[in-house]
Design a protein around this ligand. Structure first.
Ligand code: SF4
Length: 138
């Protein structure tokens, strides 16, 4: 299988705070499958580290109140193009991220409350017919 994954799950230090979300089960996929890591936020031109963002009334905003919507959507489009080019079978994405979250995202108040919903990249993949799995369900 060809599996696209959030790059931070493989240990890439692309999280907003310079850390990663290394996941042993995801890393083990590299034996026997073709694993394609992407980070849509970095692909959209954002730096590491960067201020965290949430989706506020449909727009991606950071904790300083600045819009990062353009970067998030650009990065999601670039990574969608990779998914299409590679003809992936599945995407396994990091939970709760405003880009990669599949089931839940933060509610846009920067208070740690979760709501049902998905991030910009996960939504775009789903809209384009790709099978997307939250790493917590993997
Ligand atoms: S955008 Fe996705 S791949 Fe990049 S750090 Fe956030 S969760 Fe990981």
């Amino acid at each position: 299988m060809k599996i696209l994954v959030s790059a931070c799950l493989l240990g890439r230090k692309c999280k907003y705070n310079g850390g990663d979300n290394f996941n042993e089960k995801v890393a083990a996929l590299q034996t026997g499958h073709e694993v394609i890591p992407v980070c849509p936020e970095v692909a959209g031109g954002l730096s590491v580290p960067r201020l965290p963002c949430e989706i506020v009334n449909g727009e991606v905003i950071n904790t300083a109140g600045e819009s990062r919507d353009r970067e998030y959507r650009l990065g999601a489009e670039k990574c969608l193009a990779i998914a299409e080019r590679e003809n992936i079978d599945l995407a396994v994405l990091q939970s709760r991220s405003p880009s990669c979250g599949v089931k839940n995202i933060y509610d846009g108040t920067f208070s740690g409350r979760l709501i049902e919903g998905s991030g910009v990249f996960a939504s775009l993949l789903t809209e384009n017919g790709f099978r997307v799995l939250d790493v917590e369900d993997f």
